[in-house]
Design a protein around this ligand. Structure first.
Ligand code: ADP
Ligand code: MG
Length: 326
C-alpha cells in the first residue's frame, strides 16, 4: 500500500507548499480558528501545522492516515462534491508515505491526547501523548525516500516563497482565521483574525500591503444569480501588479481565462492602459453552474455559462471604475 500511496503522492504532493495546503485545509475543515505553520529549511526539513480545531480521538488516528478514509462524507450532496473535488481521504496517507510523519491530537472534550508516527509509509501504533484540544501534524524530510522527487525541490527561499504565496491567497479568503507562519524559528507572517466583516480591508492590507488598500475601490454587485464583491486596485505610477490578482469562486481560489479577460477589458475600456490590474474579487454563484473537477490542485474552473459570467464581471467592474472618473 505504501507504493500506491507514493503514487498518489505524485498527484497531491509536489513540494512543501502542497503539504501546507493539504494540512491547513484539514485544519480549517476541523473548524480551527487559529492555525500555526512552522517550517524549517523552506519546509523541506520540517512542516508542522498546529490547529485548535475539533481534534481526533486516539482510536481514529490510524483511520486518518489510511487510504480513502475520510470523515467528511456525511450526505448525498457531499458525495456529489466529493466526486468533483477528487482526492478524498488521500492527502494524509500520501504525505505520510513520502516523509517522516507524525500526527498528534486531542479531541474536543476528551481528557487526553495521542500521537501516531508513520515513517515513509510504515505505520506505528498510537500512544498517549499530551496535546491541547486540536491537532498537530509534523512532516519531516519530505521525499527522503523518493530521491527522484526530492531532487526537484528548490532552494529554501523558493519553497518558502511558494508557501507564503499560497498562504496569502488563503488569508484573503479566510479573514476570520488567525494564521501564523514561522520559518527557521522566526515569525515570518502573522494574519490577525478579522471578526467583523467591515474590517476585512485590514486583512487585505496585511496580505497585499497598504499600497494596494490606499488606492483601491470596493466593488459589490449582485444580479442574475451572481454576486461579485471585493476590491480592485486603481492604477498607481509605481505598482507592478501582475502578481496581485486574486479571484475566488464560492470561496475557492481559481485562475480562469474568462475572468482574467473580463477584468482586463473593463480596465482597458475605462482607464485606457494596458498594465496588469490588481484585484481581490469574490464571485458567488450557484455551485451547479461551475465545474471544479478539472484538477483540484490546478485552480481551474469551468463555468457553464461562460459568457454570462464574463458579461457580469465586465459590467460590474466597468461601472465601478467609471464612477471614479465622473
Ligand atoms: P480528507 O481531508 O479528504 O478527508 P485527509 O487525508 O486530508 O482526507 O484527512 C483524512 C481524515 O483525517 C479527515 O477526513 C479527518 O477526519 C482527519 N483529519 C485530518 N486532519 C485533521 C485535523 N487537522 N483535525 C481534525 N481531523 C483531521
Ligand atoms: Mg484533506
Amino acid at each position: 500500500d505504501t507504493l500506491v500511496n507514493q503514487i498518489a503522492a505524485g498527484e497531491v504532493v509536489e513540494r512543501p507548499a502542497s503539504v501546507v495546503k493539504e494540512l491547513v485545509e484539514n485544519a480549517l475543515d476541523a473548524g480551527a480558528t487559529r492555525v500555526d505553520i512552522d517550517l524549517e529549511e523552506g519546509g523541506i526539513r520540517l512542516v508542522r501545522i498546529r490547529d485548535d480545531g475539533g481534534g481526533i480521538p486516539p482510536h481514529e488516528l490510524p483511520l486518518a492516515i489510511s487510504r480513502h478514509a475520510t470523515s467528511k462524507i456525511a450526505s448525498i450532496e457531499d458525495l456529489e462534491e466529493v466526486a468533483t473535488l477528487g482526492f478524498r481521504g488521500e492527502a494524509l496517507p500520501s504525505i505520510a508515505s513520502v516523509s517522516r510523519f507524525a500526527i498528534s491530537a486531542r479531541a474536543r472534550g476528551e481528557g487526553h491526547g495521542a500521537r501516531l508516527e508513520v515513517d515513509g509509509g510504515r505505520v506505528g501504533t498510537p500512544a498517549p501523548h499530551p496535546h491541547p484540544e486540536g491537532t498537530t501534524v509534523e512532516v519531516r524530510d519530505l521525499f527522503f525516500n523518493v530521491p527522484a522527487r526530492r531532487k526537484f525541490l528548490r532552494a529554501e527561499r523558493t519553497e518558502l516563497g511558494h508557501v507564503e504565496e499560497w498562504l496569502r491567497s488563503l488569508a484573503l479568503a479566510r479573514p476570520d482565521v488567525e494564521l501564523r507562519l514561522s520559518h527557521n524559528g522566526r515569525l515570518s507572517r502573522h494574519y490577525k483574525p478579522v471578526r467583523d466583516g467591515g474590517e476585512r480591508l485590514r486583512r487585505v492590507a496585511e496580505a497585499l500591503g497598504e499600497e494596494f488598500t490606499r488606492q483601491c475601490l470596493e466593488v459589490e454587485h449582485a444580479a442574475a444569480g451572481l454576486r461579485l464583491h471585493g476590491w480592485v486596485g486603481l492604477p498607481t505610477a509605481s505598482r507592478s501588479s501582475a502578481d496581485q490578482q486574486y479571484f475566488y469562486v464560492n470561496g475557492r481560489a481559481v485562475r480562469d481565462r474568462t475572468v482574467a479577460h473580463a477584468v482586463r477589458q473593463a480596465y482597458a475600456d475605462v482607464l485606457f492602459h494596458g498594465r496588469h490590474p490588481a484585484f481581490v474579487l469574490f464571485l458567488e454563484c450557484d455551485p451547479r453552474g461551475v465545474d471544479v473537477n478539472v484538477h483540484p490542485a490546478k485552480h481551474e474552473v469551468r463555468f457553464r455559462e461562460q459568457r454570462l459570467v464574463h458579461e457580469f464581471i465586465y459590467r460590474t467592474l466597468h461601472a465601478a471604475l467609471a464612477s471614479t472618473r465622473a
